[in-house]
Design a protein around this ligand. Sequence first.
Ligand code: GLU
Length: 306
Amino acid sequence: MEHCRGRFAPSPTGPLHFGSLIAAVGSYLEARSRGGEWLVRVEDLDPPRVVPGAVGDILRALDACGMHWDGQVIYQSARSDAYHTALHELRQRSLIYPCACSRREIADSAVTGVDGFVYPGTCRAGLPAGKTARALRVNTRNAAIGFVDALQGRIRQDLETDVGDFIIYRADRVFAYQLAVVVDDAEQGITDVVRGADLLDSTPRQIYLQRLLGFATPRYAHLPVAVNAEGEKLSKQTFAPAIDPRRPVPQLVAALRFLGQEIPPALEQADVRSLWDWALGNWNLARVPRARSLGEFSVEGVTGDR
Ligand code: GLU
């Protein structure tokens, strides 16, 4: 059987909720149904956003949901050396440069791209006299990046005009998610990235960094993101309720239905084990709705409508 390794990479900004459960379930099934491994990586790079206790809550909820991971959980906060090595390599090859621009300066002169302002390249040719660096950016060198997402189809970006030279090391001495995720996915040998479609627009940046660093590009499948009636992503900020570890089955059934899987009603009363037996035998990625977001789902304590 073809080797396959997936991962779930939660940011510990709060407990597992319906929105993050979908990414966990989708990545788990895509890996496990093919006999592959499934890893958990805690994306705790950004100290102010880390909520004490959230890691424990997330791991306990996964456990209660019967989703067991392979190997040790990896913490990005402990992986600065690996990110430094990648940064060093990019620097030696003059692929990154220091940038002195403030958010305000960029906002004043930039156009909006696929993910906020497109950096206009002000510091590409060198820092303006008397200015000090606030961040490091990677030179996008006019790269055109295309890939085929298993769910969202063909995606193409011209990085320079759609995104601009992007930050890989921040002013507050934090490695940017884009760099960390690429280094980690490569080092952990991830072959299949299954995650929410809110990250679809980040993927070309990640593929670009993979190419610069000589890493393989995994297969990608971006799942629809659960949104509330206002069209907002379910998250801590939108007060998505935590998964109840004492009653995981209704939430799992709702997540599987959200992902287009046709669960026999009898399984609504099943135990976690029987539900996974069915889900692993019947998982079909092709049934997942090919949308970037979806608002129609309902489970006790969590409802959404279109
Ligand atoms: N840590 C990201 C999140 O929780 C996911 C990153 C990824 O899957 O690449 O949204």
